[in-house]
Design a protein around this ligand. Structure first.
Ligand code: BGP
Length: 460
């Protein structure tokens, strides 16, 4: 007998996107951000010569896209505002052209009964502020809060669901530990300061929002559940520390208003506590989130170190654990990420048991695939693998909800194929494919499956 997976009424069906990856139109009034700068200075570093200028052109085609969202069963959609488009110099004057653009997008979504979820920061630091040190500079916290206040004032009458940051750990890891994003620093001390300042900026924006508005504000975290190789105490410890660094370093301050004591102890022991001010503690404690977006792609499999780290090598989170290549794991061969559907359930149970069952939703989940054109039949990409991927994750989300988890929705990454940070257009994630020459959008099979699922509020 086939089981029926029916979701609670009002479940959020939709998808997510970000400004840099979709908007295009960089030649007008938008200020430069770190992506513009990095691509201009090192175009062949990661982008295959295809920079963030070359997008699906949401800037000019959002009406058509929103119509397509409606047809795909969306009742909600997450976009991000490009800080450097709204305030080109990072601080000061607001760009009226940007205000008009975001107003039109928000109004169009609402007119189509799609609730706009607006995220303020998706990896895109304005270049003027990066030149002043970016998140290493405490003044940038004030600049960010002023930007957030500006956005609330401009759009807060209609936008009732806000997010301060998408995956704030990514710029920390990729930009300050692993040399994968600009500014290409490899220095754990600086990374920790960046992470800490980002959380203060987040709390400052939450405070400003709660003081003047009655909607909800949250943060979007990419949670990667840590699974130990075995129940051996050394493996368990390795897994616990990975979880502290990669999940709890943002999850705990965002939801509980304080950092885990074990993380503080560990950083203290190695002389890596960030520079703080006495008032920071109250700011974090008093300004926790109303809801949490969970981006889930892959778990983290870890084991105890095979070899002790060289004590003279620079401090790194990887001092405390090794990655564990679990035999037989199910990999997405294109992106190199493990597909482990149950991870979504484990995250939700953790939120229920350890984080007060905070309201949450899956804010990103998706499958990047190369060369999808080879799956075309009669003019349509038959992406059954994506449908199976979504179904598999939704089943575990359904189970979590049936056990009392406070999960309110599911957003796919992403609505249409888009440009990405390190591999340009190699991996495609969308419900819609985009012809990069003509910008023509074409629905994949998953789009009609999702529309039907959203319409029935479930599947069997
Ligand atoms: C998330 C980001 C998205 C998106 C996605 C897919 O981490 O929030 O911006 O890019 O991952 O990753 P990628 O495009 O690198 O395959």
């Amino acid at each position: 007998m086939t089981k029926n997976y029916q979701f609670p009424s009002g479940f959020w069906w939709g998808s997510a996107a970000s400004a840099t990856q979709t908007e295009g139109s960089h030649n007008g009034t938008k200020g430069k951000d770190i992506w513009d700068h990095w691509f201009e200075t090192e175009p062949n570093r990661f982008f295959e010569g295809v920079g963030p200028y070359y997008t699906s052109d949401f800037y000019n085609r959002f009406k058509e896209d929103i119509k397509n969202m409606k047809a795909t069963g969306h009742n909600s959609f997450r976009l991000s505002i490009a800080w450097a488009r709204l305030i080109p110099a990072g601080t000061g004057e607001v760009n009226q052209e940007a205000v008009d653009f975001y107003n039109q997008v928000i109004n169009e979504l609402i007119a189509n009964e799609i609730e706009p979820f607006v995220n303020l920061y998706h990896f895109d630091m304005p270049m003027t502020l990066q030149e002043k040190g970016g998140w290493e500079n405490r003044d940038v916290i004030d600049a960010y809060v002023a930007y957030a206040q500006q956005a609330f004032a401009l759009f807060g009458d209609r936008v009732k669901t806000w997010f301060t940051f998408n995956e704030p750990i990514v710029p920390v890891e990729a930009g300050y530990l692993y040399d994968m994003h600009y500014p290409n620093v490899v220095d754990a001390r600086r990374a920790i300061q960046v992470a800490y300042h980002t959380m203060l900026a987040h709390a400052g924006a939450v405070k400003a929002y709660h003081q003047a508005y009655d909607g909800k504000i949250g943060i979007i975290l990419n949670l990667t559940p840590s699974y130990p190789r075995s129940q051996h105490p050394a493996d368990l410890k390795a897994s616990r520390i990975a979880n502290l660094f990669f999940n709890r370093s943002f999850l705990d301050p965002a939801v509980k208003g304080e950092y885990p004591a074990e993380l503080i102890e560990l950083l203290k022991e190695y002389g890596h506590l960030p520079t703080t001010l006495p008032e920071d503690r109250a700011l974090l404690k008093e300004n926790t989130v109303d809801l949490l977006g969970v981006n889930y792609y892959q778990p983290r499999r870890v084991k105890a170190k095979d070899h002790l780290p060289n004590p003279h090598s620079p401090f790194m989170p990887s001092w405390f654990f090794d990655r564990y290549e679990m035999p037989g794991r199910n990999m997405n061969p294109y992106r190199g990420w493990e597909i482990y559907e149950k991870g979504i359930y484990d995250i939700m149970i953790d939120l229920k048991e350890n984080y007060g069952n905070i309201e949450s939703f899956i804010s990103e989940n998706g499958m990047g695939v190369q060369d999808e054109q080879r799956f075309i039949k009669e003019g349509r990409i038959e992406d059954d693998y994506r449908i199976e991927f979504i179904k598999g994750h939704l089943k575990w989300l359904h189970k979590a909800i049936s056990e009392g988890c406070n999960a309110k929705g599911y957003h796919l990454w992403t609505f249409m194929d888009n440009w990405s940070w390190m591999n340009a257009y190699k991996n495609r994630y969308g419900f819609f494919s985009v012809n990069l020459e003509t910008k023509e959008r074409t629905a994949k099979k998953s789009a009609s499956w999702f529309a039907e699922t959203a319409q029935k509020n479930g599947f069997s």
